[in-house]
Every structure is written in structure tokens, then in C-alpha cells.
Write a protein that binds this ligand. Structure first.
Ligand code: NAD
Length: 352
């Protein structure tokens, strides 16, 4: 990794500029240029010291560039990725990789045809909150886990750029859903999904969804519930996990939360409490002698740079790539099943 691998960015918007800024800090990768269809974004790239190519053709014809990062709106990912692969470039594509499975297959076929890397920026696999969940599951901290809830809430509706337009691949399923569903698939391996039920919301937006609720049932009975909302003025916790011996809550991306585990199963004799207009024994709060509170397990601050380290290690030394085509195929099939379930308002049985 001594010589820096040279890359260029297609689409110098919010995320393209972010990639460029992050890459410029790396010892093994270097941004040599960018191209955007908007002249003002090219001027912005130049103002950040990044050469702006006059056209896509010029960028793709530059023999210095080995890797291209595609960070445009979702509907043009396919054509740009295939053009870059055909020009002999390796490609990192922003998520969602494509709008459907058919597009994805065409992109994978191009990657095979031109023998170039094609991978996807599923960066939220490096989120600390997600890695905390993975750690809890791997360590069996809560005993057999039967329910996981994963939520992301905001209150600003869908941003009024291309993100709220169906023809550009807008909507929250393709935006946040693609991260949360990818996380769900990764953390539950090697289980298979046996059913999917999804509902979309249209509170602020009619053209495409501004939120969704998805329930995934897995072959061992595990339920994973995933929700994104953009009209939520009070946020629910990011994660809520139930195991047979305890529960975990993670409130936010900064990993505030705790684990509560049973310490004395035998001590079951609850005293009924007055609750609302009635009495309950079942729901009587636990006493401190039967449960114990624990902090969340610490995770090393998730190093997102590992994503690009892996990309460069693959290009240079054929290291196994982290974000694979088969993972993307499964994810895209799940996205299509989510849309199909929401459209039919039905549970869809599957073997995903
Ligand atoms: P954006 O609107 O800020 O930027 C997109 C840029 O692409 C714009 O400047 C636009 O002019 C340019 N563009 C459009 N068509 C083009 C074309 N054919 N050729 C060259 N440039 C073109 O949007 P954004 O927020 O930067 O999102 C871009 C991509 O990044 C989307 O796929 C989005 O889903 C993804 N994204 C990923 C994350 C993440 O955490 N992984 C976060 C935000 C966005």
C-alpha cells in the first residue's frame, strides 16, 4: 500500500464531497478529480482543491484513475457504474446500489465482463451502535434472542431534492431502509427469512414513501422489526432487543443505553400493583433483587476507514471484499419483497 491508489468522484454533492474529504485523509488513497453535471458543484470541487473534469468522458478517459466512486442520485447509479467498469475502472457505488434486482444483475454482469471490482458503500456496517448489537448477539449476552427492533426517526419529512421523487429512486425504503435491512441481514446470519410484512407511510409525501415498517420473521422464530419515520417529533430508541434472560436498549448512534438481565428466575412471586383502573401481577415492576443492570459492552470506535482499506487491499492484493455481490443480491431481493408486501398489504412467505 505504499503508492497511493488514485480515484475520482462522480457526483460531487453532499456525499461525493464527504467521500473526497475522508479519502484525502488516507495514506493509501487519493482523490485526483471529480465530475458533477452541475457547474456550481464542479466549481465547489475546485474550491476544495479537487480538479473538476470537463465531462464524464474526460474523467473516464484519465488513465491515472484506477477507482471511481459513484455518489449521484440513485436512478443514475446503474448507467454510471457500467460506464466506469467499461472504461476499466474499479467502482465503489453509493447505496442503494440500484433500484431493483434487474439493474443490479446488469451491473454485476459488467463487473464480471470487464474484470473490475464493483462494490457498494454499506458504511453503516461500521456504526458503533450496530456493532454493539452484533457483539451482544455473538456473546449470547441475553440468552436466546427472540425480538430485535431497529428504528431511525426524524421529523423533517423527506428532503425536497431528488429524495422525494420516485423516478430518481427516492423514498425512505431505498434511503435508510437499505442500511437498516442490510444490518438486519448481516447480524442474523446464517438464518433465513421466512416471511416479510411491510407498510409504507405517506405523511408528507405521496410520490414515494416517507417512512416504513417492516417485520421480518426468521427460520428459528426470531422477529426483526425495522422502522424509519420522518414525522416523529419524539424519537423511539435506536435499538430494543429482547432475549430469554434479559433486554437491551440502545438509545442513539452514540451508544447510550443499558442491559438488564434477570438474576433470580426463582423469585417469581410478584405482588400485584394498582395499574390504571385495575390491578396487575403480570406487569408488576421487578424488584432490584431479581434483576441486574449492566452497561452496554464497549466496542472499539467503529473504524469506517476499513471500508476503503478493504477496497484497496482487494484491488492491490485480491483480499476478499467485505461488501459482496451475493449480499447485495439478497438485500435487493428483500427490498423488492418489502415493496411487494406493502403494495399487496400482505405477509409474503419467502426463503431469503
Ligand atoms: P446530492 O443531491 O447532495 O448529490 C448528488 C450529486 O450528483 C449532485 O451534485 C448532482 O448534481 C450530481 N449528479 C446527478 N446526476 C449526475 C450525473 N449523471 N453525473 C454526475 N453527477 C450527477 O445527493 P447525496 O446526498 O450526495 O446522495 C448521493 C448518493 O449518496 C445517493 O445514492 C445517496 O443514497 C447516497 N448517500 C449515502 C449516504 C451514506 O451514508 N452511505 C448518505 C447520504 C447519501
Amino acid at each position: 500500500m505504499n503508492k497511493k491508489l488514485k480515484c475520482a468522484i462522480i457526483g460531487y454533492g453532499g456525499m461525493g464531497a464527504w467521500h473526497a474529504a475522508q479519502i484525502q485523509k488516507l495514506k493509501f488513497l487519493q482523490v485526483v478529480g471529480a465530475y458533477d453535471i452541475k457547474p456550481e458543484r464542479n466549481a465547489f470541487a475546485e474550491s476544495n482543491g479537487i480538479h473538476a473534469y470537463g465531462s464524464l468522458k474526460q474523467l473516464l478517459a484519465d488513465p491515472e484513475i484506477e477507482l471511481v466512486v459513484v455518489a449521484t442520485p440513485n436512478d443514475v447509479h446503474k448507467s454510471l457504474v457500467i460506464a466506469a467498469l467499461a472504461a476499466g475502472k474499479h467502482v465503489v457505488c453509493e447505496k442503494p446500489v440500484a433500484l431493483n434486482c434487474k439493474e443490479l444483475e446488469e451491473m454485476i454482469a459488467a463487473s464480471k465482463k470487464y474484470k473490475r471490482l464493483f462494490t457498494v458503500h454499506q458504511n453503516r456496517r461500521w456504526d458503533s451502535d450496530f456493532q454493539t448489537v452484533e457483539k451482544i448477539l455473538k456473546a449470547n449476552t441475553l440468552g436466546p434472542v427472540f425480538n430485535i427492533e431497529s428504528r431511525v426517526h426524524g421529523s423533517r419529512g423527506v428532503p425536497g431534492d431528488w429524495r422525494n421523487k420516485k423516478r430518481h429512486g427516492g423514498g425512505m425504503v431505498l434511503d435508510w431502509g437499505i442500511h437498516l435491512l442490510d444490518q438486519a441481514l448481516m447480524m442474523t446470519l446464517p438464518r433465513k427469512i421466512t416471511s416479510v410484512f411491510a407498510q409504507l407511510t405517506h405523511v408528507t409525501n405521496t410520490d414515494c414513501d416517507d417512512g416504513f415498517r417492516v417485520t421480518l420473521q426468521f427460520n428459528d422464530g426470531l422477529n426483526v422489526y425495522i422502522e424509519t419515520g420522518t414525522s416523529n417529533f419524539i424519537n423511539l430508541p435506536r435499538w430494543y432487543i429482547l432475549g430469554e434472560n434479559g433486554s437491551a436498549i440502545i438509545h442513539d448512534w452514540y451508544c447510550k443505553g443499558e442491559i438488564v438481565k434477570v438474576s433470580d428466575w426463582e423469585n417469581r412471586d410478584a405482588v400485584p400493583i394498582q395499574a390504571g383502573a385495575g390491578l396487575t401481577k403480570t406487569m408488576a415492576p421487578r424488584t432490584d433483587d431479581t434483576i441486574k443492570h449492566y452497561p452496554l459492552p464497549p466496542v472499539k470506535w467503529a473504524d469506517w476507514i476499513d471500508f476503503y482499506k478493504n477496497v484497496v487491499a482487494h484491488i492491490r492484493n485480491n483480499a476478499p471484499i467485505i461488501v459482496t455481490h451475493d449480499q447485495q443480491r439478497r438485500l435487493m431481493k428483500l427490498v423488492e419483497t418489502v415493496f411487494a408486501s406493502a403494495k399487496a398489504n400482505k405477509v409474503i412467505r419467502t426463503k431469503l
